[in-house]
Every structure is written in structure tokens, then in C-alpha cells.
Ligand binder design. Structure first.
Ligand code: PLP
Length: 379
């Protein structure tokens, strides 16, 4: 980060998520290039990043959004207004009409769900797909592995056999998580082996999300070549629907040191919380990077950084610094635009971080939260 941005971020009211629209646009430009060179269409998966203030910008580069619920579908329809896709493990009768009023493409998780809603969808001109489970993935963390034993996500080849697929226009698989294009290549090989007998019956195939396209060592050329080859071979429209790759490395969570306590080591209590504001730190789990923060003991002053909730395990991690921390210091957690705002919560009555955007000129407040936001969900 350049020194000016660090200084600007150190003056804001905390806690706050700050999305740098310059970095977001840089990601979007790369994703546009992938689409232009490969002929695929890329959708934003709202599950990872739903900050609708940025949807007009995203819509300048991507073809639309994909959703996994009624609310996400509606958000994409109302705030971007391009293609709206949906996939959910199952749809509710009470929501299906409204969902269908927003979506041009619907992916069903099972043949039974497809049969249940097929006539209604086809009458409305909605293109229907089925999510397949190729029973091949390279995801090592069990809770992120859609192909784990007994997974409910997607229909296996065995469960597709002899199924009536009349009216179907697409297939969908989502088996990747933060992976490179070599994983896609190996996955696609399995998908072709198992499911290519269906490819002449459909118009499109969706390769899901988990493509880490915008990270520095991602092999973009390989991805482009894989898609081009696939499209030439089967004459299918190809969709990708990454979430994380859109907002990867485009934002921060800025927090302030509230107190420093000692119990064998120095512990800094912050005005943010792993449990409330960056739940993936506990769930994945992973260690976020901090501007000017280093591995424990790498520099002279080491602190355990912890949240201000009452959960004993609300700990972000141990970090060292070149100078001692003091009350009132600001800390800048990196890569906090995706899977944060969409997952945060007000556990312990802790307020939600504000949402801000940053560009060449300034940092602007988009939204702040208050007692009513907290209260309104509780009675
Ligand atoms: C989570 C998810 C995505 C987006 O995944 P990322 O890892 O954020 O790219 C896309 N499609 C489906 C079906 C998903 O469940």
C-alpha cells in the first residue's frame, strides 16, 4: 500500500470496511479480458460480495450475477439489472414465483426439483439447468468440499441415469475453492468423461466459482485456452461464476486498539471482532494480513490481536510490529472485501462496521449502522 492511502485510512471512524474501487476495477478489467479472449461469460456470485453500491461498476465489466436465494436474486435484479442466475440446494414453494420473476436462468440441485418446477419455468422462458456432482474435487477443507462423502450438492451421474431431461438447457458444476486453472483442467476432464453424452442436448454449461483468477500467480492463459478448446469441441456457451475473484485484495477492515492487557503476553483488544466482522478467520480458519504487521516474534513487539466480544476464542492471531502498539492506533486488515460484509453479524450487540469506498480522491462513507439495525432483527 502506498503511504498516502495508509495515512488516509488511519483517519477514518472505525471499525469500517473500505473497498478501493481502483483495485476492484483492476480485477474487473482482468475478468473482462478473460471473457473477451475466451468467449465465456462471467457472473458475480453474490454469496461472496454483495455490496450493491458497486454493482453499476461490476455491471460495466461482467454479464450479470448469480444468486443462491430469493433475496440475492432480487438484489442482483434491482441493482445490476443484467443476467440473473440462481442455484439453490432446494427452492421453497412460497418463494418460487418471485424468484422466477427475477431470474433468466435457474439451476436445480436434483432431478426431482427440476421436474417439480420445470413447467412453470419453461412457460416463463427461463432457461433451466441441473447441478451435477462430478464426484471429483481438490478441496481439502471438508466444509468447503461440495464433493465430500454424502454431499447434498449436485446430482451424481448415477442419479441422472434414465432421468427425463426434456426441456433442459444447461449443466452446472461447482467443485472448486480458491484454486488455479490446473484444477479446472483436471476437473473438466472428469466432467467430460462422465457427462459429455448430455452435451448435445444442452446450450450452456456453468463451471461454477472458486476460480482464483485475480490472484497474482493464477494462470490466466491456461484458463482462456481451456475455455476456448471446450467451446470449440462442444459448441456450448460457458459461464463462470466466481465470487471471491471479483473482490479479491480490493478492501480493508480498519480497526482501532481499545486496550492492551497482559497475560503471559501482550494482548491488544480491538474495536472489531473475528466472530462478528471477519467470521472466516475462525471458520476457515485463516490468518489475515495486516499492513505493517509481521509474523509473531518476527519483529520486536508481538501482540495477540483480539476482538471486543465476550467469546474467549474471539482472537484474530498473533502479530509482531516494529513499534509498540498503543491505545488509539489504527490497524489495517487486508483483503476484507469478500466474505465479510455478507457474513457479519451483531453477536454480543456489537455494531457492524461502516462501509466506505476509497478512490484517488477520497474515502467516502457509503453506509453506517446503528442500534435500530441491531434491534430490528431481534423482535
Ligand atoms: C460459493 C459459490 C460460488 C462462488 O465461489 P467463490 O469461491 O467465491 O468463487 C459460485 N457458485 C456456487 C454454486 C457457489 O456455491
Amino acid at each position: 500500500m502506498n503511504i498516502e492511502d495508509i495515512q488516509k485510512l488511519s483517519t477514518i471512524e472505525t471499525p469500517a470496511y473500505v473497498v478501493d474501487t481502483r483495485l476492484l476495477e483492476k480485477n474487473l478489467k482482468l475478468l473482462r479480458e478473460v471473457q473477451d479472449k475466451s468467449g465465456c461469460k462471467i457472473l458475480l456470485a453474490l454469496k461472496g460480495f454483495s455490496m450493491h453500491q458497486a454493482f453499476p461498476l461490476v455491471g460495466n465489466y461482467l454479464e450479470g450475477i448469480t444468486s443462491s436465494s430469493l433475496f440475492e436474486a432480487r438484489l442482483g435484479y434491482e441493482y445490476m439489472g443484467k443476467e440473473v442466475h440462481i442455484y439453490a440446494p432446494a427452492y421453497k414453494d412460497s418463494e418460487i414465483d418471485e424468484i422466477m420473476s427475477y431470474c433468466g436462468h435457474m439451476v436445480f440441485n436434483s432431478v426431482a426439483q427440476y421436474h417439480k418446477f420445470r413447467d412453470k419455468a419453461l412457460d416463463l422462458g427461463i432457461e433451466c439447468g441441473i447441478r451435477i456432482n462430478p464426484e471429483y474435487s481438490e478441496v481439502e477443507t471438508e466444509i468447503y468440499d461440495p464433493c465430500a462423502t454424502n454431499s447434498r450438492l449436485g446430482t451424481t451421474l448415477q442419479n441422472l441415469e434414465d432421468a427425463d431431461l426434456e426441456g433442459l438447457s444447461g449443466l452446472h458444476f461447482h467443485t472448486m475453492c480458491e484454486q488455479n486453472s490446473d484444477t479446472l483442467e483436471r476437473t473438466l476432464k472428469v466432467v467430460e468423461e462422465k457427462f459429455s453424452h448430455l452435451f448435445d442436448k444442452i446450450k450452456w454449461i456453468n463451471f461454477g466459482g472458486g476460480h482464483h483468477i485475480t490472484r497474482p500467480n493464477y494462470d490466466v492463459e491456461k484458463l482462456i485456452n481451456i475455455i476456448k478448446k471446450f467451446k470449440e469441441k462442444y459448441n456450448l456457451e460457458v459461464y463462470l461464476e466466481p465470487g471471491e475473484a471479483i473482490a479479491l485484495n480490493t478492501g480493508y477492515l480498519v480497526a482501532e486498539v481499545l486496550d492492551i492487557v497482559k497475560n503471559n503476553m501482550n494482548i491488544a483488544i480491538l474495536d472489531t471482532s473475528a466472530a462478528c466482522h471477519m467470521p472466516d478467520v475462525l471458520e476457515m480458519p485463516y490468518r489475515p494480513e495486516i499492513e505493517n504487521g509481521f509474523l509473531s516474534s518476527e519483529k520486536e513487539y508481538t501482540y495477540r490481536l483480539a476482538g471486543h466480544t465476550c467469546l474467549a476464542g474471539d482472537v484474530i492471531g498473533d502479530y509482531s510490529f516494529e513499534k509498540p502498539l498503543k491505545v488509539g492506533d489504527k490497524l489495517i486488515f487486508k483483503d476484507m472485501a469478500h466474505y465479510t460484509m455478507v457474513k457479519n453479524n451483531t453477536f454480543n450487540g456489537v455494531n457492524l462496521p461502516s462501509i466506505m469506498v476509497m478512490d484517488d480522491n477520497d474515502i467516502t462513507l457509503v453506509k453506517s449502522f446503528n442500534f435500530d439495525d441491531y434491534k430490528s432483527r431481534l423482535s
